[in-house]
Write a protein that binds this ligand. Structure first.
Ligand code: PDD
Length: 286
């Protein structure tokens, strides 16, 4: 089915959406993005995604072309036009069309390019992988040093994911100076001695919107949380491991490289967090 997508204020068939070859997003990776989950036709944690969008734009010095209400209206209109009940909305903003390829930014008044599109994922919250968990390999984290900015420079995460697939695994955890940073497109956690451990926020990782919610819910449920670095060896010896992201919510990890985690089956902490996350996120969805 041809989707209706959003391009700079217009709602048009995906086949008609055209962006200049000089767009900075295309030639320079000079663009930022957000991915928001949709359950029961409603947007999960939309204010969180808007806050991070504005932060990413600010860090890139890209002018924010729309206000929050306009982003919300456009998201909702795309859901309606594409009949999405469960799925995702992708939003990308680039520095726009510089008129040529140039390392110098185009003039301040160059309009940013705004693109939005949807994915239909019926039953997304009942992902069968939740029952089996996922298996990851570890790879060196050779991304740039501002991973807190949600930029479209995703060549390495994509290559890492392909390496995982080639090894017969689902994903890769990235490792820097002996410590796990995060997954290719998700935040990474372990559960050891009854404590949920995940790397603290810094420029080293994306500040996951799901991460923020899950840690808040864990705290409210009196679960112990430590935000600190952990090694691959510590993760392999943990009782549980899991990831979070807007598309996977909370997903158990049952193998890291050659080591099975805990019983080799999804553990109770990840299952409980997933349940709370889905329940609470549905309540606050808009
Ligand atoms: N990825 N870390 C990285 C490197 C990510 O790309 C993502 C999200 C996350 C989790 O963030 P959040 O909970 O806000 O989705 C962590 C999205 C889903 C993607 O690129 O498709």
């Amino acid at each position: 089915m041809t989707r209706t997508v959003y391009l700079n204020g217009d709602y048009i068939p995906e086949t008609e959406a055209k962006v200049s070859i000089f767009d900075r997003g295309f030639v320079m990776g000079d663009a930022i993005y957000e991915v928001t989950a949709v359950l029961d036709g409603k947007l999960i944690d939309f204010p969180g995604h808007m806050a991070r969008l504005k932060r990413s734009l600010g860090e890139f010095s890209i002018r924010n072309p729309l206000d929050d209400d306009a982003y919300l209206a456009a998201h909702r209109k795309l859901l309606e036009l594409n009949g999405i009940t469960d799925g995702m909305v992708y939003l990308q903003i680039s520095r726009g069309n510089g008129g040529d390829r140039d390392f110098v930014f185009p003039p301040e008044d160059t309009p940013p390019t705004v693109v939005m599109f949807t994915w239909n994922k019926p039953g997304m919250a009942d992902n069968p992988l939740t029952q089996t968990g996922i298996r990851v390999i570890t790879l060196p984290d050779i991304r740039w040093k501002r991973r807190d900015i949600k930029s479209v420079m995703l060549a390495y995460p994509s290559m890492a994911k392909m390496q995982a697939k080639a090894a017969g695994r689902d994903d890769a955890w990235l490792v820097e100076d002996g410590f796990v940073t995060e997954g290719t497109s998700n935040n990474a956690y372990i559960v050891a001695n009854g404590t949920i451990v995940t790397r603290a926020l810094s420029h080293d990782i994306l500040h996951g919107i799901t991460r923020a919610a899950v840690l808040r819910f864990a705290d409210e449920a009196q679960m112990k949380v430590e935000e600190r670095n952990f090694t691959v060896a510590e993760a392999q010896a943990a009782d549980e491991a899991f990831i979070t992201s807007s598309s996977m919510f909370v997903m158990p990890v049952v193998q890291i490289d050659d080591a099975e985690i805990g019983t080799g089956k999804p553990g109770p902490v990840a299952a409980r967090l997933r349940e709370i996350y889905l329940e609470e996120s549905r309540k606050s969805a808009i």
